[in-house]
Ligand binder design. Sequence first.
Ligand SMILES: NC(=O)c1ccc[n+]([C@@H]2O[C@H](COP(=O)([O-])OP(=O)(O)OC[C@H]3O[C@@H](n4cnc5c(N)ncnc54)[C@H](OP(=O)(O)O)[C@@H]3O)[C@@H](O)[C@H]2O)c1
Length: 247
Amino acid sequence: MQDLKGKIAIVTGGSRGIGRHIALQLAQRGADVAINYRSRASDADAVIKELEAIGVRALAIQADLSKMPEARSMIKEVHDTWGRIDILVNNAGITRDRSMRKLTDDDWNEVLDTNLGSVYATCSEVLNIMLEQKYGRIINITSFVGQAGNFGQANYAASKGGIIAFTKTLALEAAKHNVTVNAIAPGFTETEMLAQVPANIREQIISRVPMGRFGQPEEIARAVVFLAAEGDYITGQQINVNGGVYM
Ligand SMILES: NC(=O)c1ccc[n+]([C@@H]2O[C@H](COP(=O)([O-])OP(=O)(O)OC[C@H]3O[C@@H](n4cnc5c(N)ncnc54)[C@H](OP(=O)(O)O)[C@@H]3O)[C@@H](O)[C@H]2O)c1
């Protein structure tokens, strides 16, 4: 199905993990896709080759989104190159896990700036473009941790809870202009982020998931593409794709 043909999409952190699958599935539906990455250029190059093999235009942009001017420039670069932006997927995110007694100010700031500051900056920059187009689909990747909290993740939980509140507010402000803003809340999903967790803890985690397994990044991407391609009357929502770990 090529129902996103002619649409321009940006996927932050699109060079690996969940973001890579979002980029590929958007391309399979026909969208031209710009991916952003912070440091691993070879991963981004590999995704660009995969996108081009699907037959769409592809662009990789290095930018550290924890720095607001870089996040804004990334949006401008895509707009200058392709003339419009239809879909923005804010996917880039990091963890710096420590219990509150050990958490440092740097741990806090790095996670808040990367996960939440970047969402504010990209949305702020893309908003006027989408309002003028009278079309836009913004999808922010939050986490069930932003809904439920999680031991050792006060910084991450605050950033992801902030994304949910931000999403609802921007959805209210943009709704009249046919710009929808939604969040996807994954549960534990098999990427490098989860691979950082020690094996014994991973086993404990699986025992908490009613479906008895981790999510696959493809499964998160399918929900994102649904919102982008078919969610015309859906705004201000958070869709949980989490195997039942938070209901
Ligand atoms: N995996 C899970 O269990 C899980 C669960 C719930 C929610 N999520 C959320 O899903 C999203 C994707 O997670 P993932 O597991 O796919 O992560 P991942 O495999 O660690 O990939 C992270 C991606 O974000 C990019 N990135 C990190 N910091 C960045 C920065 N400052 N500026 C620009 N790009 C940056 C990375 O680029 P480089 O490689 O160049 O650094 C990479 O492309 C995140 O928002 C995460 O919080 C994940």
